[in-house]
Design a protein around this ligand. Structure first.
Ligand code: 5MM
Length: 341
């Protein structure tokens, strides 16, 4: 199969009506934080056992078409001895891999960060592909304050994101491009809109400069929402209107799907906001999810590191995936939250 055909086949498999992506690619410090909140030690075996449990959730593929894994997970095995990436693929879910190496302070830009991991990326991708990964993910972050993000940070991050995406496509790996404007702070929804618009403009200019094919990538942006500490809480309709306004100004119609991150919203908020967007007039792209916390939080709470909670853990994940599957076509309602809970 040609590289183009490989990319198209992966896009077709991941972008499906009523389905989205499960982000299970927490790096070691992040998963340690999530486990600490439920009183579980982050050992290699606990991480394997938790991920084996959620990835074996029966019928998960009804609402999940792709899963993003962390490098360690790609090399781990399920309880039945099968490599986790194989288990996922056997369930009809496409395995993907987080390939960035995390964020670091950006020199000469106080308060800004830059994501690293480009060195040796092409070689690493070859290995990940042999282990079953068909798409990749790279996350850039932007902190909002009076002075940040600086133009320097916006340009530097866009450049690495575009280089990453170009390298992925050359290897037949579909890149998920994730520029995340963080929810932390007391900024207004208008300020989030302004920063998100500037960031996305810069990202798509860089992608164009690096000849990234928009049909063969997925965008994973933040929604346009007020900062967590802001006095005003936006309704799903307001979030939907502001987010779509910014995306229509910045994202080419050729991009097949926009898979939002949840970014610290509660699971219910993330579902309601996605639903509100899918209630608006049809957009040029599909609007879906690639949630980490908003899909996994109830499952982690149900699990608490105890194998006897396995069934409830899988039920909690399945339920959240189902509600987001409904939000994918504007068919979710808050009343559905109490059904079967
Ligand atoms: C699941 O977490 C991913 C990896 O994050 P770290 O590098 O901080 O460990 C993260 O990129 C995630 O995929 C996105 O932030 C979306 O997850 P949320 O929880 O924001 O939906």
């Amino acid at each position: 199969m040609s590289v183009e055909d490989q990319l198209q086949a992966t896009v077709d498999a991941v972008v499906q009506k009523g389905k989205g992506i499960l982000a299970a690619d927490e790096s070691s410090p992040t998963i340690a934080k999530r486990f600490k909140a439920i009183g579980v030690e982050s050992t290699e075996e606990n991480r394997r056992s938790y991920r084996s449990l959620i990835l074996s959730t029966p019928r998960l593929s009804e609402f999940i078409s792709g899963v993003i894994l962390f490098e360690e997970t790609l090399g781990q095995h399920a309880d039945n001895g099968m490599p986790l990436s194989e288990l996922v693929a056997q369930h009809g879910i496409v395995p993907g891999i987080k390939v960035d190496k995390g964020k670091f302070a950006l020199a000469n830009a106080p308060g800004d960060e830059i994501t690293e991991g480009l060195d040796g990326l092409a070689q690493r991708l070859e290995g990940y592909k042999n282990q079953g990964a068909r798409f990749a993910k790279w996350r850039d972050v932007y902190n909002i304050s009076n002075a940040t993000p600086s133009q320097l940070a916006i340009e530097a991050n866009a450049e690495v994101l575009a280089r990453y995406a170009a390298i992925c496509q050359a290897q037949g790996i579909v890149p998920i491009v994730e520029p995340e404007v963080l929810i932390d702070g007391d900024h207004s929804i208008d300020r989030c809109a302004e920063v998100t618009e500037t960031v996305l403009h810069e990202v798509f200019h860089a992608l164009h400069r690096h000849h990234v094919v928009p049909e063969h990538m997925l965008l994973k942006p933040n929604m346009v929402i007020p900062g967590k500490a802001h006095s005003h809480k936006a309704s799903p309709e307001e979030v939907a209107a502001q987010t779509i306004r910014i995306l229509r100004r910045t994202v080419p119609a050729a991009v097949p799907c926009i898979n939002f991150l949840s970014g610290g919203q509660t699971p219910q908020e993330a579902t309601a906001n996605l639903n509100a967007m899918n209630c608006l007039v049809p957009q040029p792209w599909e609007l879906s999810f690639s949630y980490g916390r908003a899909l996994q939080e109830p499952a982690l709470q149900a699990w608490k590191g105890d194998a006897t909670n396995a069934e409830n853990t899988q039920a909690a994940l399945y339920r959240r995936a189902m509600l987001n599957g409904a939000a994918r076509s504007g068919k979710y309602s808050p009343e559905m939250e109490s059904i079967g809970a």
